[in-house]
Design a protein. Structure first.
Length: 127
């Protein structure tokens, strides 16, 4: 088996970045967002929760209860995306109060849009 080299890793990243078909997002380490005037993960979690309706908040609360350590928006999204995989494109069944694939997908999109809204509305440190 061939060894995956640093050069291979750089080539893979470059391929990902230049693809017009793929959408990329970067998650940086703890504190990076706060250094540029954006909320940390816990504040972001609270702000996103404030943008959800009552039913969506109930689902997030149910998911948070099952996360034993630091139930933040990143871990919540991981669980929602796991639900999407478990539903396998079908709309039967329920996980964490999410009823089917379409509901999991819609909630995922709503949370991501809420994150974008929070980030776009936060002032920069120089403002």
């Amino acid at each position: 088996m061939a060894k995956f080299t640093q050069k291979d890793a750089v080539r893979e990243i470059l391929e990902q970045l230049t693809s017009e078909k793929r959408k990329l997002g970067f998650l940086m380490g703890a504190g990076t967002s706060m250094a540029v005037g954006l909320p940390g993960i816990n504040a972001l979690t609270s702000k996103v929760d404030g943008k959800l309706n009552t039913a969506e908040k109930k689902i997030l609360s149910t998911i948070q209860t099952g996360i034993h350590e630091s139930p933040n928006i990143e871990k919540i999204l991981d669980k929602i995306r796991l639900c999407r995989e478990l539903f396998e494109g079908e709309n039967g069944g329920e996980y964490y109060g999410i009823m089917g694939y379409d509901a999991a997908k819609a909630l995922d999109i709503k949370i991501c849009n809420s994150i974008r809204e929070v980030i776009q509305s936060e002032p920069s440190p120089s403002a």
